[in-house]
Ligand binder design. Structure first.
Ligand code: ADP
Ligand code: MG
Length: 400
């Protein structure tokens, strides 16, 4: 994979695909406010390196899922403002994606300038299933630049005009973010130091079945918490009350449990859980053993004994991959399991990787020091697909 260090960018127009799909809230006065600018910050090293080397940096990104073309709500205007603040210089927002507005903005650039194209998904060709349709947009994007840099890790699992098609039309390289994400996942997938511990949580087993199946061939221990653990507990024959349960996955999970045993993978499930009478922070709640969940109660977090157990299976690890919160961390009474696991990971002396949008959000919400982890992935879907062992089109295209 070529990197930006391999390219001569001075005086060149460099089109950089970034992931600026940040959460926004609309304030009372109607202005839109970025609630978490982590993804913008994650793009800064590549943008800064290119500018320092005299490139003209043209950024292409999406926000949300526009339905019918351009709209004020999904304009990248708040992002160009925030990026300008972070860079300490003007970022010009083009008035369109690849039309006259883009051509005008790019035509006026000097070396070191930064232009942000409008939300690329304002153009429906970006996400078309038809390669020829996408290709037509890619040709227009490629005409704006001399070089393409892929730095939006959150989209590299997508076959889209600004991700894959344009890479085929221009000399290309991986940006610093994509490179570091690709290197970390390649290490945990192909050459992990041991003990290798994977911790999975979150809401749905079915979302993460592919990950479990692939990782069972590689890991030493698999710890399962979060909403998905109840399908495991049900597969063990326990009552799970009104906890999240994917009945149609019970047989598959029984199979996974058997596979783990056959491969000598230590499968660790909660031994106690926090159960509540409703999915609410105010609901009556208590701690029960994992095999003592009564009807009318739902499990919303792993219990204190499970927290100790999980921490004890984490601390001596040399590689940790964590995806998915251990409980409904958004509600204080059910945040303790996620906090305990996250904290245990920060104490590990080895490579620690957090994948998954909600897990990264949990780290920030719970105020855990992000520097305590080797790597917090910026791409939820992309990181899951890598952990499933898939080849991602936006990475594969950078190999040629
Ligand atoms: P990630 O984005 O990190 O991959 P997921 O999207 O799979 O994680 O799941 C995150 C969600 O799972 C969170 O919103 C959290 O509230 C929810 N969750 C965790 N534990 C439970 C539980 N026991 N019951 C219901 N929802 C849960
Ligand atoms: Mg999620």
């Amino acid at each position: 994979m070529q990197t930006i260090d391999d390219l001569n960018v001075a005086g060149r127009r460099v089109l950089v695909r970034t992931d600026f799909n940040v959460p926004l809230e609309t304030l009372a006065d109607g202005t839109r406010h970025i609630t978490d600018d982590g993804r913008i910050r994650a793009a800064l090293p590549t943008i800064t390196a290119l500018r320092d080397r005299g490139a003209r940096v043209i950024l292409v990104a999406h926000l949300g899922r526009p339905k019918d073309g351009p709209s004020v709500e999904l304009s990248l205007a708040p992002i160009s403002r925030r990026l300008g603040e972070l860079l300490g210089s003007t970022v010009v927002l083009a008035s369109d994606v690849s039309g006259e507005g883009a051509a005008r903005a790019v035509g006026a650039m000097h070396d070191g300038d930064v232009v942000l194209l409008e939300n690329v998904r304002f153009d429906a060709r970006e996400t078309s299933k038809d390669a020829a349709v996408r290709g037509a947009l890619a040709v227009e994007l490629a005409a704006l630049a001399d070089i393409f840099v892929s730095d939006g890790f959150g989209v590299v699992h997508r076959e889209q005009a600004s991700v894959t098609d344009v890479a085929r039309l221009l000399p290309h390289a991986a940006g610093k973010l994509v490179l570091s994400e690709a290197q970390v996942f390649s290490k945990v997938l192909s050459d992990p130091d041991r003990p290798y511990v994977v911790i999975l949580g979150g809401s749905k087993v079915s979302d993460k079945l592919g990950v479990i199946t692939n990782l069972l061939t590689k890991v030493d221990r698999l710890l399962v918490g979060g909403g998905m653990c109840f399908t495991f507990l049900a597969a063990m024959g326990y009552n799970v009350g009104s906890s999240l349960l994917e009945v149609d996955q019970i047989e598959t999970v029984k199979n996974l449990i058997a596979q783990a045993a056959a491969r000598n993978v230590e499968l660790v499930l909660p031994v106690d859980v926090v159960v509540a009478t409703a999915f609410s922070a105010d609901a009556e709640h208590k701690i029960v053993a994992a095999d003592q969940i009564e009807d009318g109660w739902m499990g919303l977090d792993i219990g204190p004994n499970s927290q100790l157990l999980f921490a004890s299976r984490i601390t001596d690890a040399k590689t940790v991959v964590w995806n998915g919160p251990m409980g409904v961390f958004e509600m204080t009474p059910y945040a303790q399991g996620t906090r305990a696991v996250a904290t245990a990971i920060t104490e590990v002396n080895g490579l620690t990787v957090v994948g998954g949008g909600d897990s990264a959000a949990a780290v920030r919400l719970l105020g855990i020091d992000e520097h305590g982890f080797t790597h917090i992935s910026t791409g939820g879907g992309a990181s899951l697909e890598l952990l499933e062992g898939r080849v991602l089109p936006g990475l594969a295209v950078l190999e040629d």
